[in-house]
Ligand binder design. Structure first.
Ligand code: ATP
Length: 477
């Protein structure tokens, strides 16, 4: 890669960098921009997270810089970690003293000592993350790249600076990070580095689930998440952290009838949806939409392979997976459950004749998530036959049009009964009881079936008629 000194100088010509430089020179401290910020400069990925390493006192330098910036900046000091963070404009600048690290077997927390810049670069995870720009005096903008990260950037390669077995065993999070960067940046992992992930995969167990999930979510949010998942699978990590997903692997054939490999199908759906949305939870829904296929798989001599109720069983599996993975147990999880449960409904509309009542029921069940559900369902069309895909997508357009039409007419997306339970109790002088429930659901059913419009007067008359059939009398009062 041709290193354009002019471009580096132009980039570093920002007030904030000049100020750090000036302050460090005054204090006689060597200091460098390092890590992700330098990598992202060469990748033309603008970044607001800036790491500065000082040979000596990182905290002291941060304090002096913050003082010069005045009220426009806020500093937080983390004495225990020997770091300080300055928030200034849109930037978050982390200051740390250069350090040397050594590890024990049972923890990813290293023993830390003061060190040189080279020591600090050696403790970095990948060659592309170990580059530094000098910020001092006449060396301003000089690139320090002891492991030839520039070459690896050019070759699109992730590689550890030192022996990968030691790097990964010391801190197994780096295995997840290697795969995450490969997926995020579209890089390959250098063969020797990748093999070491396989050899050290069991070390993942010393990490907290939160750290693992952080990286997994970044893989899910990457432009083509299948890249990361295939690497996780090949390295043997996926089996440890997400066995439900590897259980989807494999395609069985019986009497000449096969079924698709649901692992690769799921990854294609995830890639498809990644082109449509950055909504992490919709992407999770794609990842989990067929998660119950292995447990529901049966061979039926008449029908071939079946996966009856895999959507409902999948919906029930979601909380267990979310709990184990320390994912939120809140409305995000409920949303994923809903998506998994309903993921086949729009497709059924395509396959059968699209009746108004089926469309109304779908709108009722999906509510405001109907558009996301349609996006998921469309992503789920992964046939190898382009003619079939084209036909499905076309029919899908018909369903979308029909959804709009019916919603405009009947407004059942966020259904509120036109006659509510309290009113019914009052009219018949009844407490909360079975009859009231029956009347309420009869009204709802009549609207969804299209027997009556979604309007008060029609619903009221319908309710009176239904109540009479049930032998209910109007209240005397
Ligand atoms: P992103 O911001 O996308 O997470 P990043 O590389 O900037 O990418 P940070 O977590 O901010 O990630 O880390 C900053 C730098 O610190 C990295 O570029 C790398 O040099 C170093 N680093 C971070 N985590 C590790 C680790 N587990 N082992 C070794 N070095 C690390």
């Amino acid at each position: 890669m041709e290193i354009l000194q002019e471009e580096i100088q132009a980039h570093l010509n920002k007030k904030i960098f000049k100020l750090i430089s000036e302050t460090a020179d005054e204090m006689g401290v060597a200091c460098y921009l390092i890590g992700g910020y330098v990598r992202d400069f060469f990748l033309y990925r603008p970044s607001k997270d800036i790491d500065v390493v000082a040979v000596g006192q990182g905290i002291e330098l941060a304090k002096a810089v913050s003082e010069k910036l005045g009220k426009k900046s806020r500093i937080s000091v983390f004495k225990n970690f020997g770091t300080a963070q300055i928030k200034y404009k849109e930037y978050e600048i982390e200051f740390v003293g250069a350090r040397k690290e050594s590890y024990r077997l049972d923890s990813r927390k290293p023993i830390v000592e003061d060190g040189t810049l080279e020591d600090d670069q050696r403790r970095r995870d990948f060659t592309i993350n170990a580059m530094a720009f000098c910020l001092n005096g006449n060396r301003y903008g000089e690139l320090l790249d002891p492991f030839n990260g520039i070459q690896d950037l050019e070759d699109l390669v992730i590689r550890t600076p030192l022996d990968p077995d030691i790097t990964f065993s010391d801190d197994p999070l780096r295995m997840m990070r290697a795969i995450r960067f490969a997926s995020q940046l579209g890089f390959d992992i250098y063969p020797d580095t990748f093999d070491a992930i396989g050899r050290n995969k069991e070390r993942i167990s010393i990490l907290s689930m939160e750290r693992v999930i952080d990286e997994l979510n970044k893989i899910i949010l990457s432009p083509k998440p299948s890249v990361g998942f295939i690497l996780l699978e090949k390295a043997g990590l996926l089996d440890i952290i997400f066995p439900e997903l590897t259980a989807l692997k494999g395609a069985e054939t019986k009497d000449g009838v096969g079924h698709k490999d649901n692992f690769y199908h799921t990854l294609t759906v995830l890639d498809n949806i990644a082109r449509q949305t950055d909504n992490l939870w919709l992407r999770w829904s794609a990842l989990l939409h067929d998660i119950a296929k292995p447990v529901t798989k049966r061979w039926d001599p008449r029908l071939g392979w079946t996966f009856h109720n895999h959507n409902y069983i999948g919906e029930k599996m979601v909380p267990k997976i979310f709990r184990r993975m320390k994912l939120p147990q809140n409305e995000k999880m409920k949303y994923v459950q809903k998506m998994v449960s309903l993921h086949m409904r729009p497709m059924q509309l395509v396959e059968e004749e699209v009746t108004d009542s089926a469309v109304r029921r779908l709108l009722f069940d999906a509510g405001d998530d109907i558009d996301d559900l349609m996006t998921l369902c469309e992503a789920d069309i992964t046939s190898k036959n382009p003619e079939k895909v084209r036909r499905f997508l076309n029919n899908f357009k018909v369903v979308r049009r029909k959804l709009e039409e019916i919603e405009e007419k009947d407004r059942v997306r966020n259904f509120q009964p036109p006659v509510d339970g309290n009113e019914i109790m009052e009219i018949f002088g009844l407490p909360q009881c079975r009859e009231i429930g029956l009347l309420k659901s009869a009204i709802k059913e009549a609207i969804l079936e299209g027997e009556i419009p979604n309007e008060r007067e029609a619903a009221f008359q319908f309710m009176l008629k239904k109540a009479a059939e049930m032998g209910l009398r109007l209240s005397e009062e």
